[in-house]
Design a protein around this ligand. Sequence first.
Ligand code: NAI
Length: 484
Amino acid sequence: KIGDLDFKVADLSLAEFGRKEITLAEHEMPGLMALRREYSEVNPLKGARIAGSLHMTVQTAVLIETLVALGADVRWVSCNIFSTQDHAAAAVVVGPHGTVEEPKGVSVYAWKGETLTEYWWCTEQMLKWPTADGSVLGPNMILDDGGDVTMLVHKGLQYEKAGVVPPADESDSDEWKVILDLLRNSLATAPTYYSTIAPAIQGVTEETTTGVLRLYQLAAQGELLFPAINVNDSVTKSKFDNKYGCRHSLIDGINRATDVLIGGKVALVAGYGDVGKGSAESLRGQGARVIIAEIDPICALQALMDGFEVATVDTAIERADIVVTTTGNKDIISAEHMQRMKHQAILGNIGHFDNEIDMAGLARIPGIHRLEIKPQVHLWTFASGKTILVLSEGRLLNLGNATGHPSFVMSSSFSNQVIAQIELFTKNGEYAKEVYRLPKALDEKVARIHVEALGGELTKLTKDQAEYIGVDVEGPYKPEHYRY
Ligand code: NAI
């Protein structure tokens, strides 16, 4: 803590470098900068205390400073133990007007290479606004990526009501054991913490497919504590970030991790949703021969039409030099699959959680040996002497081994985030405890800003044409069911 600002980052002296990159990124994030201009007088987020959990990168720094420019009081963590860019975290703490000696920015708790215990500790700190009299003050808004904060609040409240945190059982993951320990400690030291903060939370805006899935499950069970906006399914998010973002950052991660020539290799991509489509295109762009594994016949047919071979992981695993999971599902690559992989084949995941690849199963194989080549790149040697390279310990490799998506595509995603925060915070009474999407007019607004920034020239509909196709001259141009 320096002055009134509490935080924990790797190295505050990296702030100057971070600020330079943030300044470059601002030019590449026209959507966020347009929102700053549009709302600079109004401060629509004044009074908002936003708890943010999203990869603490340079791009996220521009998002955070946009929320602050709109009046919000923000605290932040990364939503992954490997995804923080330490210079960005430092620059956000120092802020545009502070110094290393006198930081004036935002409370960030994030560094690259946290342990799971540290990760959840950071999340807990982020939820606790310091008060002069020591009373409990939590957020009134959540901005989540993957749903960890939302989950923690829901579980914290559930266990406080029950008066007990259940013991871990054998099937629980290491991470879940950490969460249970944290909540047990919270119950012992501050038994009404979540009961106090939960009622004040007006809503959550969720960034990614996996987090959105968790929200719909909570809503279906009638357990969602506050309204939620599904940012992921804005067209200008998932059809851009998930697809074109991964098209950029998947091979960036593989290259920085291994520097192996992708051309000519056989790559196996599990999942052909938005992330899978971008990932497959990025590997093919480098000249890899790409095989897709899918469960959904529609996506499998799309893959075939796009010119990819479609096969199962089981039949294709032995042919692949590079294996990438993109499903958002669990148990895609088993320990048995890994043993069947080619010598020195590369294995990584770009889906949100680390349960797509059975890392625990790999570690349990008799005679297995793990060698760190460099952080987030590990060579696993089987008893036979055969090896495989595993990236980011099975966590999302585009953020673990590289710097995630570039600014321009994140401008589109984060513009939706800012609009969603304003919407839920300023019109809270209009939303029930359900999951909503932003209206199409706002999606088109975000797209328009980015089309203009790229110098694209939009065709204007005549009144006559608009009437003929049954839309307004100013949009929206498509019905809700249109798929893009
Ligand atoms: P999506 O739902 O569009 O695609 C997932 C695809 O995987 C679906 O087509 C589904 O049929 C397929 N699938 C499910 N189980 C499968 C199995 N057992 N075998 C083969 N295919 C299977 O979801 P989206 O948007 O592509 O996201 C995927 C994951 O990536 C999510 O966890 C999401 O949160 C994450 N994500 C990661 C990003 C990153 O930068 N690393 C960016 C955006 C999303």
